[in-house]
Design a protein around this ligand. Structure first.
Ligand SMILES: C[S@@+](CC[C@H](N)C(=O)[O-])C[C@H]1O[C@@H](n2cnc3c(N)ncnc32)[C@H](O)[C@@H]1O
Length: 301
């Protein structure tokens, strides 16, 4: 199939009135099983080994969403020592969902939820405020300007404090089976560009090459990288169905690409709608495979 063979929206009469797949808390909950598979285990091990044993820990997670990381850390056995966990997210709706989800947090966690922008939070700490033993940023550093965010974030750690920066997008988005690969390459290039051009309050906020940039920037900021490795999302059907709520995860991803590109003058909106409709149909049929290349990094200050 060439790009010119790609179906247009007339082949998909439901393209304009399909569900909008914009339930972000449901997407984050559905993402959990995808992330569980993706997280790089040697990097996780390095992070765990970096933490001091047998003493209470202060852990800060920035961009923590609805709090699924706390559940994962408890299930994966981060530590047996008491953990005072500060879960911060810029979106008050996510924080409200986290508070509900973690109303009875798993042992040994005590969770404090904070609705705040991570940069504002990091730069407004009093000089004598206690520092954290560990900093976690999961699927979020590709949404901030690393040069501005990393120095104040790393300064929140005590000297020798550990960080675990996970699912940092790194430049490749793949859908299969292949349909019109040249057209889809064009769409993905434009999609990645929206990540690079993202602005929040007029300031740069994100990059499609966050993974590799962290690997060079962290040492320049004086941080030591202890381990790094791939943490690609790989979502595929088993006997025509997806585990858990991963079909919703996929619908959300396809809808996100469509939303990101629908105002792009270099992308024909009708054809984009046809692409999205075809990918949604493949999800319903249990045929779509989706891969996103990402990197995990563990280290210490
Ligand atoms: C892709 S979601 C990941 C959420 C969570 N880490 C997870 O994987 O389930 C990114 C999260 O980062 C939050 N976020 C984005 N920019 C932020 C900022 N500057 N400060 C704090 N939170 C931010 C968003 O509100 C969102 O909840």
């Amino acid at each position: 199939m060439t790009p010119h063979d790609f179906p247009d929206s007339r082949d998909f009469p439901d393209a304009s009135n399909s569900p909008d797949f914009s339930d972000f808390p449901r997407y984050l909950a559905a993402k959990r099983t995808v992330d569980d598979r993706a997280l790089n285990r040697p990097v996780w091990q390095a992070f765990r080994d970096c933490l001091p044993a047998h003493r209470p820990l202060r852990v800060l997670e920035v961009g923590g969403g609805i709090g699924t990381m706390v559940e994962r850390l408890a299930a994966w056995g981060l530590t047996n020592a008491p953990v005072h966990y500060t879960l911060l997210d810029a979106d008050p709706a996510n924080i409200a969902a986290a508070q509900e989800r973690l109303a009875a947090p798993p042992s040994p966690f005590r969770v404090e939820c904070v609705a705040a922008d991570m940069l504002t939070f990091a730069t407004s700490q009093p000089p004598d405020a206690p520092r954290w033993d560990a900093l976690i940023a999961h699927a979020v550093l590709d949404l901030v300007d690393l040069h501005r965010a990393l120095p104040p974030l790393l300064a929140l750690l005590r000297p020798g404090g550990c960080f675990w920066f996970t699912l940092n997008f790194d430049g490749d988005t793949i859908f299969a089976p292949e349909i019109a690969p040249a057209y889809e390459d064009h769409l993905m290039a434009r999609y990645h560009r929206t990540m690079d051009e993202r602005r929040v309050n007029g300031q740069p906020a994100g990059s499609s090459r966050t993974g590799r940039r962290l690997l060079t920037l962290l040492p320049r900021l004086g941080a030591e990288i202890l381990a790094a490795g791939a943490s690609d999302w790989v979502v595929f059907p088993r006997h025509g169905a997806y585990p858990g709520d991963e079909a919703y995860f996929l619908h959300f991803i396809v809808a996100t690409v469509q939303r990101a590109l629908q105002e792009d003058p270099a992308v024909d909106a009708q054809r984009l709608a046809a692409w999205a409709a075809q990918r949604h149909t493949q999800i319903r049929a249990g045929e779509l495979v989706y891969i996103a290349h990402q990197l995990d990094i563990a280290g210490r200050t």
